[in-house]
Write a protein that binds this ligand. Structure first.
Ligand SMILES: NC(=O)c1ccc[n+]([C@@H]2O[C@H](COP(=O)([O-])OP(=O)(O)OC[C@H]3O[C@@H](n4cnc5c(N)ncnc54)[C@H](OP(=O)(O)O)[C@@H]3O)[C@@H](O)[C@H]2O)c1
Length: 163
């Protein structure tokens, strides 16, 4: 069976983006994201790929798009969620966003790695879905204070789907 893990950074209201970008810069969160996903398969929506501009190094990059003509060097292109499920059989796959793809993936997800950021972004336009906390067990929570490099405090939270 495929194992889908969602990895996301969101604010107190579950905002994840504004104007096609992530509305914060938290170097230790980027380091955390890299450590977890390195060597694995990352799946993203075409708009998130556009915001990155190139594949993530050291990972197999999959992009979901409805456009049959779309391609990018170093990227595996998929055109429907069923194709992702088929391609991911036996694989551990990191779903890295954005909002549309998190909503598609949530029902199949068995693990969520969240960075919960202690801020409320003004003008946010993209959101992580409500997960329904009764379906999930919180396994770990690690707090990080704001500092000279991090404008906001944040917590790394690991959740597994309740059996
Ligand atoms: N904070 C975080 O952790 C985080 C993580 C990732 C992204 N983000 C932010 O999220 C925003 C982007 O998210 P988004 O919701 O706008 O877009 P997205 O989920 O990245 O990509 C949406 C695109 O995926 C394709 N797609 C969606 N459903 C599909 C389906 N069923 N079958 C085939 N293709 C499908 C479509 O591509 P086509 O239009 O090409 O058909 C659609 O336009 C940005 O602001 C980004 O910075 C934040």
């Amino acid at each position: 069976m495929s194992q889908f893990a969602l990895i996301v950074a969101h604010d107190r209201r579950r905002a994840i983006g504004r104007d096609g970008r992530m509305p914060w810069h938290l170097p230790d969160d980027l380091r955390h994201f890299r450590a977890l996903t390195l060597g694995g398969v990352v799946l993203m929506g075409r708009r998130t790929f556009d915001s990155l501009g190139k594949p993530l190094a050291g990972r197999e990059n999959w992009v979901l798009t409805r456009d049959p003509a779309w391609s990018a060097p170093g990227v595996r292109v998929l055109h429907a969620w069923e194709d992702v499920r088929g391609a991911a059989a036996q694989a551990q796959l990191w779903v890295i966003g954005g909002g549309e793809v998190y909503r598609l993936a949530l029902a199949d997800a068995t693990r969520i790695e969240s960075t919960e950021i202690d801020t409320e972004v003004a003008g946010a336009d993209t959101w992580f879905p409500a997960i329904g906390t009764s379906a999930w067990v919180e396994l770990a929570r690690e707090a990080h204070a704001a500092d000279a490099r991090h404008a906001h405090a944040f917590e790394f939270v690991s959740r597994m789907r309740r059996a």
